[in-house]
Design a binder for this molecule. Structure first.
Ligand code: HEM
Length: 270
């Protein structure tokens, strides 16, 4: 070990002597304080594991692993779950913008000519006609919803026809079925929000179906539609389900669903 002349020795790294710099002690105290609270090494280790894990699952995929002679023709359909998720993100962003202007108030009012309307419906007319690019935000939300539902269904079909629901992925299939119901819930509650004639008709069918359930029919209708008859509460309830309850439950379930895919890897072709 060669001491560095004129400087105080404080330690060494790989045989090189390090000199103590002014305020080195204070710096060390501050650094240690942060290092104790935000340790760097575990994160680096976790990143390394993620990196290795991704490389374990992705590129040398099924074709090599299962010695397939051709590129398997189902592969393009493996993006459908991801497409559903991307649509969901687009729905979230456009939904937040629409939420700035939408008014969840379904009380029916009549203009001087006797035409029915409501604050909810008027707020959508406002979005379409007065909000800058409002019709674009609404249009993108509308089409992303269609793509979302289609992608979820087709994704389920892909999982079924490739046999990917089999052991050890049964639980993720069940979680997927719940996600499918939740997606339909998103669609239905959103469909009612404009509170136009179409929405009112759909709500009429829904509340009648709910009421026809034996024993718990009335209670179900009451919880879902805010009463035994359609009214102002119906829109508010659909809105709360659409923008809070379903996203809250749905985001948690999607994270769980995709975490399980990450842990288990994509199923081999059967
Ligand atoms: C919001 C809805 C959903 C999202 C965002 C989603 C997302 C995903 C993603 C990203 C994957 C990775 C592979 C791929 O993309 O094909 C996946 C795999 C899987 N999903 Fe979904 N999914 C949804 C709904 C469903 C439904 C409705 C089912 C079935 C009822 C389902 C069952 C499965 C299963 C079993 C796998 C594992 C497939 C394999 O290992 O090859 N998912 N999901």
């Amino acid at each position: 070990m060669v001491p560095v002349s004129g400087l105080q020795e404080s330690g060494h790294l790989g045989g090189v002597v390090l000199a103590r710099k002014p305020f080195g002690g204070i710096r060390k105290v501050v650094f240690d304080w942060f290092a104790e609270r935000f340790p760097v090494t575990p994160w680096a280790e976790a990143t390394r594991k993620v990196f290795l894990s991704i490389h374990r699952q992705m590129p040398r995929s099924h074709a090599e692993k299962y010695e397939l002679k051709t590129i398997w023709y189902w592969y393009p359909l493996y993006c459908l779950g991801g497409l559903a998720f991307i649509s969901f993100i687009i729905l979230t962003i456009t939904g937040i913008v629409l939420g700035f202007y939408y008014v969840p108030e379904g009380t029916i009012t009549y203009d001087i000519e006797g035409n029915p309307s409501s604050a909810a419906y008027e707020s959508l007319v406002f979005i379409m006609e007065a909000v800058p690019l409002g019709f674009v935000w609404r249009g993108v939300h509308h089409w992303a919803a269609h793509i979302f539902i289609a992608a979820v269904f087709l994704h389920m079909a892909r999982v079924y026809f490739t046999g990917a629901y089999k052991k050890p992925r049964e639980l993720n299939w069940i979680l997927g079925v719940l996600l499918l119901l939740l997606s339909l819930g998103f669609g239905y509650t959103g469909y009612l929000l404009p509170w136009n004639a179409l929405a009112f008709s759909a709500a009429t069918i829904g509340i009648n179906m709910a009421k026809s359930i034996p024993i718990i029919g009335d209670a179900t209708a009451d919880i879902m539609f805010g009463g035994l008859a359609l009214g102002a509460n119906t829109v508010l309830r659909m809105y709360w389900l659409h923008i809070f309850i379903l996203p809250l439950v749905g985001i948690g379930m999607m994270i769980l669903h995709m975490s399980i895919v990450w842990i288990q890897g994509i199923a081999e072709p059967h």
